[in-house]
Design a binder for this molecule. Structure first.
Ligand SMILES: *Cc1c(COP(=O)(O)O)cnc(C)c1O
Length: 489
């Protein structure tokens, strides 16, 4: 590589001058801007061709370094042309959003600072305190000073929250689970529904609770937790000498976007001394939309809430958040600072590493700050309201189409529907709907994924992108029907 400082010499790798960096940074900015500008006009997703795939899989360990410019060129050639598809307004798959432009830019700045946001007196740490408070304010959750932290995602936030729940339950039973473990305690029992995300089971397994001690409570036809069934299950387990301690409610299930009735669940949890945890990974921010805000009444009574700014807010991955009602509960679960070394002044919240599992922690707060600051509360609410309105519109279009049918009410911004497969039996209809998502994806014009709900195979379209248009909704259904004709034909 030639640089201004050392014309003609081959400076490989480490000797990056300011001029080298600036040139490559500008090239990166152009590359990323082109990528984002071109996204809507490209196929949503395409399978990678074998050569391109192999080039990545079999990439040899570089013996010598290469100049920055070359790396940027390689990213543009070998990586950016093969995206997952989220980012395109015709991507309706899973729960993966387009990146907020402000968050993309902030990611570069955050990595230039590269702090460990474990604790201390630097900007990233203070900014994380602020954005966690902002997140709590956005979803209407109480925020005692220090009552939460950013995590890699909701899977990790769930582990953090459930660990605090386990600690409290053990303590009430006269045990210090951190020192003594679970041995000797009656089994701790938690309550979920058939719609609860798998990350809750993973957390229960990791925390030594055992997935068998997670009871699956019935749901109503609306996909919401049946409180009468919950009460009966808790009473049965108590009578059997077990220790009910946890209820997991959903602020938007991943299958159909159902929001549990939090008020009655909170009543029961208070009465029975159970920890109420809410999985708001996908749906908690739906509370910003006045049209559906009523569904979330009582969310603020939970003991903990896990949610994902990297979903509906569009903060670039990764960014989850754990919020807790009782800050000391969380600190008591994770802090390894001996109490005699703590600063006990009122403002001393300690380090984030006392509230979760990570020691060295990334500077996630800047991309959250940028994303929220760019749109403001009003802009976020507008975008979210647009998504729920689009979802309801899509529901109407499905209902008006005789080849298709809805399988659940649209409560948030997920539309669960299927192809009727007229003239076929139930098994053939399930087979068709199971095969449909991949067939639609291969066509490249829209991207939708599937799920099983109440025993039926279905398609689920998740609306997270405010740039999606009504024409895109028509295209989605046209593509589903065209793919079905191919599969049935
Ligand atoms: C995405 C999701 C999770 C898991 O969160 P991650 O950020 O992927 O770890 C949990 N619950 C629901 C409802 C989700 O949509």
């Amino acid at each position: 590589m030639t640089t201004e400082d050392s014309p003609g010499t081959d400076v490989t790798g480490t000797d990056v001058t300011d001029a080298d960096f600036r040139r490559a940074a500008h090239a990166t900015a152009d590359l990323v801007s082109d990528y984002l500008a071109d996204l809507p006009g490209r196929p949503v997703w395409q399978p990678m061709d074998e050569t391109a795939r192999r080039a990545l899989l079999d990439a040899p360990l570089p013996a010598e370094g290469r100049p920055l410019d070359e790396l940027i060129g390689a990213i543009g050639r070998d990586v950016l042309p093969y995206p997952m598809g989220n980012g395109n307004p015709r991507f309706f798959g899973w729960v993966n959003s387009a990146p907020a432009p402000a968050g993309v830019l902030a990611t570069l700045a955050a990595s230039a600072m590269n702090p460990s946001s474990a604790g201390g007196d630097h900007a990233d740490v203070h900014l994380e305190r602020a954005v966690v408070r902002w997140i709590a304010e956005l979803v209407g959750f109480p925020h005692p000073a220090g009552g939460g932290l950013l995590t890699s995602g909701t899977s990790m936030a769930t582990i953090v929250c459930l660990a605090a729940a386990r600690d409290r339950a053990a303590r009430r039973a006269g045990r210090d689970v951190r020192e003594e473990g679970l041995a000797g305690l009656p089994p701790l029992v938690g309550y979920v529904t058939g719609e609860t995300h798998s990350c809750v089971r993973k957390a229960a397994e990791l925390l030594g609770l055992g997935s068998r001690q997670l009871r699956t409570v019935a749901t109503g036809p609306d996909g919401r937790l049946d409180t009468a069934d919950l009460r009966a299950a808790v009473e049965r387990d108590r009578a059997a000498g077990l220790l009910p301690f946890l209820v997991v409610a959903s602020a938007g299930t991943v299958g159909a976007g159902a929001v549990d009735g939090f008020g009655p669940i909170a009543d029961l949890c208070e009465e029975q001394g159970l920890w109420m945890h809410v999985d708001g990974a996908y749906g908690a921010f739906g509370r910003l939309d006045p049209a559906i805000a009523h569904r979330y009444a009582g969310l603020e009574r939970a003991d903990s809430l896990a949610l994902d700014p990297h979903k509906w807010l569009g903060v670039p991955v990764d960014c989850g958040c754990a919020l807790v009602r009782d800050t000391e509960e969380l600190r008591g679960t994770f802090s390894l600072v001996p109490s005699y070394l703590r600063d006990e002044s009122a403002s001393a919240l300690g380090w984030f590493s006392e509230y979760g599992t990570e020691q060295t922690r990334p500077f996630r707060a800047l991309k959250v700050w940028a994303t929220i600051a760019h749109k403001g509360r009003a802009g976020l609410a507008r975008d979210i309201a647009r998504c729920t309105a689009l979802a309801r519109r899509l529901g109407e279009l499905v209902e008006a189409d005789e080849e298709l049918e809805m399988l659940a009410e649209v409560q948030t911004s997920i539309v669960a529907f299927r192809h009727r497969a007229p003239g076929r039996d139930g098994a053939a209809r399930d087979a068709l709907n199971r095969d449909l998502p991949a067939a639609v994806q291969r066509r490249g014009r829209v991207f939708v994924t599937g799920a099983r709900l109440g025993g039926a195979e279905l398609l689920r379209a998740c609306l997270l992108n405010a740039a999606t248009t009504e024409a895109d909704l028509h295209l989605l259904l046209a593509e589903v029907k065209a793919a079905a004709r191919d599969l049935l034909g």
